[in-house]
Design a protein around this ligand. Sequence first.
Ligand SMILES: NC(=O)c1ccc[n+]([C@@H]2O[C@H](COP(=O)([O-])OP(=O)(O)OC[C@H]3O[C@@H](n4cnc5c(N)ncnc54)[C@H](OP(=O)(O)O)[C@@H]3O)[C@@H](O)[C@H]2O)c1
Length: 310
Amino acid sequence: MNLELIGKTALISGSTKGIGFAIANQLAAEGARVIVNGRSDNAVNSALQQVRKAVPEAKVEGFAGDLATSTATEELLRLFPAVDILVNNIGIYEPRPFDKTSDDDWRHVFEVNVLSGVRLSRAYISGMKQRNWGRIIFISSESAISTPKEMVHYGMTKTAQLAVSRGLAEYCGGTGVTVNSVLPGPTHSAGLEDFVAQLGGGQSFEAIEKEFFKSVRPSSLLKRFETPDEVARLVTFVGKRYDMKSKRHKNNNGPAKSTPGVVLGNQIEKRAHEIWLATGCPHGDDLSHWLQAEREALKGFGGERPSTTA
Ligand SMILES: NC(=O)c1ccc[n+]([C@@H]2O[C@H](COP(=O)([O-])OP(=O)(O)OC[C@H]3O[C@@H](n4cnc5c(N)ncnc54)[C@H](OP(=O)(O)O)[C@@H]3O)[C@@H](O)[C@H]2O)c1
């Protein structure tokens, strides 16, 4: 256990399996109190058992309810009125030809993939701002910036999540609340197994995987499905307190950088952190102040350097 998140409460929508489950496990291992969610008691109870087995000291609770509906969201709020980390993970996807995608299909995928996260963010964001600490993380997809022709409606929802997260990051500017989207590539989850089965017509998973990266996602650099744990590691990094402050200060509630929008990978942020440490943590021991000063300094050299996040 790392215990970086001890005392923080994390809700992960849609976390009985797949990417959401991996995130729940890793946040529990970091010491957060975790709320696991799925639509049925059975699925939630089974996920709770698995987390407790993997992380015996886990502080984990469950909420069974369809968080794509406002009724379940209201019920959730009665039981859990405040969270510090909100991971908007619920998402549905299936291949469907554009000319066979009805108005109802478009509305449904928007309701589940976008509105669920909007409602949950609206419910929890004021409390986070009042406490001056919070993390909202949308599990978007690479489909947000490269719309798949086999599911245009899904791509639309993932791009919409970027708009929402960017707007909320602006809304939280200057506070200790950060809002980001993480954009995984194709990831070997339960949902993805159903998805490839629909594309694959009875071939083995390995054969479909090979063909998928040859013909459906030829631009992939990995040429394999990601694992849910790989995605969860990035999400946990975004959800954490800032390591650089927590190692130097007992109280980590100082002004955190309100990271706008989209995590394109943690390498740039890691590199910035390394340079900041190597230069003796200038600017009042606050990485965000140092980054701001660097940007100001660069303005004199012909304009502002692009931010590390977009
Ligand atoms: N897998 C990929 O290749 C991939 C790539 C990029 C982005 N993503 C995104 O990652 C997220 C998770 O995908 P995944 O592949 O891990 O999904 P998954 O394996 O299908 O799991 C979905 C999870 O969400 C829950 N769920 C679904 N609808 C729900 C609802 N209305 N209310 C509450 N829980 C609900 C399911 O639980 P119950 O069945 O128990 O209700 C399950 O725990 C999605 O937003 C997806 O768009 C996935």
